[in-house]
Design a binder for this molecule. Structure first.
Ligand code: NAP
Ligand code: HSE
Length: 438
């Protein structure tokens, strides 16, 4: 086979993901050359500390701290930004585009917060951006939405998009692992963000949902408008009650589009799913996403959502696409973050209906259950089931947990009910609630 000129790559960042990309490029040159029709050549690797050991056998002469050298090097066709964050990385990506380099990035925070700016810069400079690795780790979900499902009006997305949270919840649910120790394991395995708060408070999943919503619904979703809750407050008690009721708790990112009124509802939140629901069976750092389109119906995507090699797989797929010239065509055809993208009409979160799980800590005395039922009824919230186990003697005295599952109600009604319940003298601690999906 005769190959075209080498495709020259700079790696900017060589941590968890960057080392995986370097490994694929250095360990499988023949395979990648045959797929791309030209050799993918790693020319420079920019890091902060060149003395740090790497999980890839990068030739020392390639390693540098001189990012400007990448900008000046006319041989370099593409740069892979796997540094993370939105300050240095934003400037670096804008500089790379201005210097005439295409960019591949795994940085969902950058795209969710500054996508409009970096996509406009790419268009202005006639360059392309590949971002398959920014959502779903190794799952080719960006390609599925932009290419495979291009004929559809997407109606809904429902997915597990944060590997760290799913790993923690799986450990807490199946192995009784503590939250802190499961999070430490996720960090050691390279799943977590440099600041893991972004994982556990739902921000990372919301970044990914903002990117998917842009692609799926062709509309600019302001990231700050996505309601989000994380998993840090989930207690072993809730996991036990969920199990007793036949549910598993997962952190879900969800979006529902109503073509009749053009409104989009979306959120990131812990949701109780039936034990055998497909997303309830997604374990550890795996991700999965249901996508419903008007022509195709339901589709499901599943795979490793975080970690070195799955994410590197997505980055290198983008490099191959760009080396072939396909990535540039796809990028040009996307209207993402362009001036043409309309502003979505977001459905007010309070109007979105849901079932709810509610755990109250209440005084164990006559009339308490009736008082709580009266407030729920006042807000038109119907009870589906109740659990109150007998009180056991303990430090809390005559206080018992009361667990209620509701039928569907508008989220706003439920939150107003919650506020009123928390104000009762018989409710002794802030109440806990989760969405319930059936
Ligand atoms: P990481 O392990 O912390 O690696 C970051 C790399 O960037 C390190 O090599 C670091 O250099 C380098 N770096 C930091 N600041 C720099 C600077 N100012 N100049 C040059 N190099 C700099 O991060 P990661 O887990 O690979 O994540 C990278 C990106 O991929 C993030 O946007 C993340 O959200 C995204 N991502 C990660 C995963 C995952 O599973 N980890 C999956 C999908 C997407 P030193 O090594 O010398 O410190
Ligand atoms: N921290 C992210 C996660 C990495 O756990 O899903 C993959 O984007």
């Amino acid at each position: 086979m005769s190959l075209a000129a080498d495709y020259n790559i700079a790696l900017v960042g060589c941590g968890t993901v960057g080392s995986g990309v370097a490994r694929l490029l250095l360990e499988h040159p023949e395979r990648l050359a045959s797929r791309a029709g030209r050799r993918l050549r790693l020319c420079r690797v920019v890091v902060r500390d060149p003395a740090k050991p790497r999980a890839a056998a990068v030739p020392p002469e390639l390693v540098t701290t001189d990012f400007e050298a990448v900008l000046r090097d006319p041989r370099i066709d593409v740069a892979v930004e796997v540094v993370g964050g939105t300050d240095w990385a934003r400037r670096a990506v804008l500089d790379l585009l201005a210097a005439g380099k295409d960019v591949v990035t795994a940085n969902k925070a950058l795209l969710a917060l500054h996508g409009a700016e970096v996509f406009a810069a790419a268009r202005r400079h006639g360059r392309a951006i590949g971002f398959e690795a920014s959502v779903g780790g190794g799952i080719p979900i960006i390609a599925a939405l932009t290419q495979g499902l291009a004929a559809n009006q997407i109606l809904s997305l429902q997915g597990i998009l944060n590997g760290t949270c799913n790993f923690i919840l799986t450990g807490m649910t199946e192995r009784g692992t503590s939250y802190a120790s499961a999070l430490a394991d996720a960090q050691r395995l390279g799943y977590a963000e440099a600041d893991p708060t972004l994982d556990v408070d739902g921000t990372d999943a919301a970044h990914k949902l903002a990117i998917l919503a842009q692609i799926a619904f062709g509309v600019a979703v302001p990231f700050a408008a996505i309601p989000r809750r994380g998993i840090a407050q989930i207690d072993q008690a809730d996991i036990r009650y969920a199990r007793e009721l036949g549910y598993t708790i997962k952190l879900l990112a969800e979006a529902w589009y109503d073509p009749n009124d053009g409104r989009l509802a979306l959120h990131v939140a812990p949701v109780m799913l039936r034990h055998l629901a497909p997303l309830a069976l997604v374990r550890d750092a795996y991700n999965a996403l249901f996508v419903v389109g008007d022509a195709v119906g339901s589709t499901l995507y599943y795979g490793r959502g975080a970690g070195q090699m799955p994410t590197a797989s997505a980055v290198v797929a983008d490099l191959i696409d760009l080396a072939i010239g396909r990535g540039q065509l796809t990028f040009r055809s996307l209207e993402l973050w362009s001036d043409q993208a309309q502003t979505v009409s977001l459905r007010p979160p309070g109007t979105v209906p849901s079932r709810f799980y509610l755990r109250l800590l209440v005084e164990d005395r006559p009339g308490v259950l009736a008082e709580i039922a009266r407030i729920l009824a006042h807000h038109q919230i119907s009870i589906s089931s109740v659990i109150q186990h007998e009180a056991v003697d303990g430090p809390d005295g005559d206080v018992v947990p009361l667990v209620i599952l509701t039928h569907q109600a508008p989220t706003g009604n439920f939150l107003a009910t919650l506020a009123e319940l928390n104000g009762l003298s018989c409710v002794t601690a802030p109440s806990v609630y989760y969405h319930v999906a059936d």
